[in-house]
Design a protein around this ligand. Structure first.
Ligand SMILES: Cc1ncc(COP(=O)(O)O)c(C=O)c1O
Length: 524
């Protein structure tokens, strides 16, 4: 069911609340806050400092124009000028300024009197308005009464979600490789990861159905899980992205087994499309012409969110400004049904209270200055910037190694073209034929990611001379340490296993490499 059939409110899913989630009462003082901001209200209730004593008379900033980065790779440019544009800082930035004063001049303007005061856990009203407009236009949840609520970044949002819907001793469905910080957040609460197999589109719906349908409560020592954590786009660490059909299959299974889906989607706007080797690359059509606000905002690369499919209100979606504005903003938002939103608000009231007032003012000013269209323009260009970085990174591999692509049929790469990298013959007097090169053993393999920031390298450790004496885990760490000592830091693969495995479990031997933040010197 998609948005045009949006006729119903969310189901009552309150049976998913944890004991802690249910037990939270409105913070006694925060209960008064809903009256704040009412015109003419004389509030003598709270311990609010007087805004006259805030030592900030105004805050201002200088922001880039939303069209600062192009929407198209300029293939006419020499490769050198293209390269320098991507990797160097421009000294000709186009900017504009904003200032927010202590007291607003017009009703509804941002001001510091309210913006730097104790605020609502739901977020400053102006920012909330912008976020709501964005979710309504871009994500279009498939039920009527969806709600948004600001948070202080997806890390904290997940932490709050865990407390709200999971009890100690319960299982949590995750992909077999997953984001370790999310596990580190849940495990101390006694939450047990339940890994599900993956293929080239992330979590496998076949494996998910098997796990759920064959669940044996006494053998597993816990009831069947009722919560799933997933990173559907540019998955951390494998870089996989779920297509819309896969999302639909996963969603339908979750409806069948009554599972809440936590959609942690920081890389949604970094969809870069398929990697095309340098020699086959051609100019792309001007995406600005295809630009429609909805639903296919990214033309051929558009992949709808799981939230978009959610006609029951069982998705808690986490969005963050970390990858699209800056991580230091510590700002993002939940989109979920009003029952979960109310419980999450109660959790926030007694922890973060609300994201920082400065942060909310800065990000709201940016978005109000750019307007919706400007922010979309920014996101589209950002996607291209990371696409170029990814392409350049992989092109360097192609220059250094002999790459051979095959269609993978097994494991988490099943269904994708996987590149096997073997050493190129050094310049020597003995010329190796193309056949010899192709037959030399690959050192590592990878599937070019179509979204996100990560390249997931599978190392062929079995062929390493020290493999028989060290085994997978020790050899992965040995190689990782040698590379780190040489001054290059990758993330070792073992830390991304959803559950700890034995030292010699086949499958060890991965590095996660980020292509998002490299400088010229680090690549060359
Ligand atoms: C899957 C995933 N979730 C969450 C985060 C952190 O997001 P935030 O900065 O909003 O806390 C990251 C960042 O690397 C991530 O990869």
């Amino acid at each position: 069911m998609l948005s045009n059939e949006k006729s119903t409110d969310a189901l009552d899913l309150s049976h998913h609340l944890s004991k802690v989630g249910k037990a939270r009462h409105t913070s006694p003082l925060k209960g008064l806050q809903k009256y704040m901001g009412k015109p003419g209200l004389i509030s003598l209730a709270g311990g609010l400092p007087n805004a006259a004593y805030f030592p900030f008379s105004s805050v201002s900033g200088e922001i880039l124009a939303p069209d600062s980065f192009p929407l198209k790779t300029d293939f006419e440019e020499s490769s050198l000028s293209w390269f320098w544009k991507l990797f160097s800082r421009s000294d000709k930035e186009r900017t504009s300024t904003f200032t927010v004063g202590k007291y607003s001049k017009r009703p509804g303007d941002l001001d510091l009197e309210n913006g730097l005061q104790y605020g609502l856990a739901t977020g400053q009203p102006k920012l909330n308005e912008v976020i709501r407009e964005f979710v309504g236009k871009v994500f279009q949840p498939a039920y009527k009464n969806w709600t948004t609520l600001v948070h202080t970044g997806n890390t904290d949002a997940w932490f709050k979600t865990v407390q709200t819907i999971l009890n100690p001793g319960e299982g949590l469905i995750v992909s077999e490789w997953t984001y370790p910080s999310a596990m580190a957040s849940a495990q101390p609460f006694g939450i047990i990861p339940v890994p599900v197999g993956m293929d080239s589109e992330g979590m496998s719906s076949i494996s998910l159905r098997e796990t759920l349908s064959e669940w044996d409560e006494s053998a597993r020592g816990m009831p069947r899980p009722h919560v799933m954590y997933t990173v559907p786009v540019g998955q951390n660490p494998t870089g996989t992205t779920m297509g819309i059909q896969r999302k639909k299959e996963i969603y339908d299974i979750c409806v069948e087994y009554d599972i809440i889906i936590v959609e942690d989607d920081p890389y949604y706007f970094l969809q870069q499309g398929k990697y095309v080797p340098k020699s086959d690359r051609v100019a792309e059509p001007d995406t600005d012409d295809e630009f429609t606000l909805e639903p296919a905002m990214f033309g051929t690369y558009s992949i709808l969110t799981i939230l978009r499919l959610d006609y029951q209100g069982r998705v808690i979606r986490l969005d963050t400004f970390s990858k699209t504005v800056c991580p230091g903003s510590r700002l993002g938002w939940f989109t979920c049904n009003p029952m979960f939103a109310e419980r999450l608000e109660r959790t926030a009231e007694t922890s973060s209270q609300a994201p920082s007032g400065f942060t909310q003012i800065y990000v709201a000013s940016l978005l109000l200055k750019w307007h919706y269209e400007g922010y979309i323009r920014w996101l589209k260009a950002l996607r291209l910037q990371y696409k170029q970085r990814r392409d350049y990174f992989l092109d360097c591999f192609a220059d250094e190694f002999h790459l051979k692509a095959t269609l993978s049929t097994e494991g988490y790469t099943a269904g994708a073209h996987i590149y096997h990298a073997s050493l190129k013959p050094k310049r020597s007097f003995v010329l190796l034929s193309e056949k010899d090169v192709a037959y030399s053993k690959p050192l590592f393999s990878f599937v070019p990611p179509s979204s996100g920031m990560f390249l997931w390298l599978e190392l062929h450790l079995d062929d390493h001379p020290s493999f028989s004496s060290l085994g997978y885990k020790a050899l992965e760490m040995k190689l990782w340490t040698e590379i780190a000592d040489a001054g290059v830091l990758f993330a070792p693969g073992a830390m991304f296993f959803a559950t700890p495995v034995e030292d010699d479990t086949p499958g060890y031997g991965h590095f996660r490499i980020s292509f998002s933040n490299s400088t010229v010197s680090s690549i060359l």
